[in-house]
Design a protein around this ligand. Sequence first.
Ligand SMILES: Cc1cc2nc3c(=O)[nH]c(=O)nc-3n(C[C@H](O)[C@H](O)[C@H](O)COP(=O)(O)OP(=O)(O)OC[C@H]3O[C@@H](n4cnc5c(N)ncnc54)[C@H](O)[C@@H]3O)c2cc1C
Length: 509
Amino acid sequence: MGKSILCACEDVTRAEVRRAIREGVRDVESLKRLTGFGTGPCQGKSCLALVLRELAAAGVAPEDLVPFTARPPVTPIALGALAAVEPEALSLDPGVPREKPVHVHVHVHVDDHDHDHVRGAGHAASLPPLPARADVVIVGGGIMGLALAYELGRRGVTDVLVLERDALATGASGRNGGGVRAQWGTPTLIRLGRRSLELCARLSVDLGVNVWFRRGGYLFLAPTRVEAARLEAYAALHEREGLRTRVLGRDEALELVPELERGQFVSASWNPDDGVVFPWPFLWGYAARAEAQGAYVATFTRVTGFDVAGPRVTAVRTDRGRVACETVVVACGAWSREVAALAGVALPTRPVRHEILATEPLKPWLGPLVALLGTGLYLSQTQRGELVGGMGDPAEPAGTGQGSTLRFLARFARRATALLPRLAGVKVTRQWAGLYDVSPDGQPILGPAGFENFLQLCGFGGHGFMMAPAVAEAYADLIAGRGRDEIFDRYALERLARGNGTKEDFVIG
Ligand SMILES: Cc1cc2nc3c(=O)[nH]c(=O)nc-3n(C[C@H](O)[C@H](O)[C@H](O)COP(=O)(O)OP(=O)(O)OC[C@H]3O[C@@H](n4cnc5c(N)ncnc54)[C@H](O)[C@@H]3O)c2cc1C
């Protein structure tokens, strides 16, 4: 049979798109995240119309044919050119959305600022009814919620309902850098990171999807003697915990990445076992396996409230009806605070935007994920060849806006080209942003809050993706009555009220 290509940039075939539609995918954002169409240098200019035509042919109503959110820049632009822009004069406010949907007669809104998508009138109403009850209702279909649903199924807890208000991979789990590391600053996070790395190495087989796991290590660069001393202390801890972390002098670091500018750092630490993944397939893999085990993953289903009686939550209310339940897990990432508040529970977390970009694909050259301590800069090369890099902005206020800024491009380009001058000629093809879910001590919040069966799974800041596989195992053990990991004491909400938080400061971003 001939191979008919719909997306030439990412080599996505008509057959792949048709298979996804046959399996029930009915919207463009989901098709993009499942097949990868529209994510290459041309940003869907040729393939979007073809995919919309496939959906229309499959019977999707015209008002539901909404294009995906377009990502800036409008045309690929070299990091060297962006580095010439003065960032400090630029605003953190992304301004108005850059692209509008083409169906102006339909009431749709693809502003990425508040994430309040309406994907065509009556979508929730057109879906089949939810079950009247479920043993476990997980609110939020990001990596946390889906990994938990999968691990519960593996332990025989199969009456599980995952409620996700949007398409899969639209929260932070679909917007992150895919870094997975065991180099952490506390024994607990080292253990969780190492366990996730072990799981990543076999999840392609277990989940039946390619998660594009590539182990090039994390190379942390210390720009000053103070940072170098921190790296040495961490490396000593890592040695005690059995990691293969090594402190490297400049020359050794340059052997790993010869293109580094030697004046930009004094020493480095490297654990060859750390790596990167491509986040999207994880979510589809976890969701498909969880469903094969009996769970129901209900997308486009928004939780609107909770029914409570005494010390327990008795039901979850949604825009598709009410579901009675035994246990609720709130795994809504940066929206956990507002979802918990629907039950009158106050979480001390705050959402903070984090911007990130991807470049044109390059031949493989960058082995490790490189992070420059003290600046928030990190970048890695994916198995698809593109560079993915981000950089936190200390001026970023709390808020749920997810728009993109030129300020980020300019700040990132300056730092990245100073560290790796060869990047000056590399073109940025897309930028986007997601939300860090930040707790007061930078550690997660786990276990019950407010009600005995109202469990929290949030507060992972910029490292929740890599923690999810390991944390989901421990959480599923807890719910299935198979044991209680120490993380449920260490990361209980009460620690923050008691002032017992221990700040994790080996963070990036
Ligand atoms: C730019 C960026 C880069 C990052 N890089 C890394 C990295 O390299 N490595 C790493 O480990 N981590 C990284 N992170 C952090 C990581 O992405 C998050 O910690 C992780 O994805 C959180 O997963 P989650 O499932 O808790 O949240 P999310 O993925 O945000 O999922 C929460 C879900 O809840 C849904 N929801 C919200 N409200 C409701 C409601 N009322 N009803 C139903 N559903 C609702 C949302 O739609 C969303 O899909 C990064 C984050 C960002 C933003």
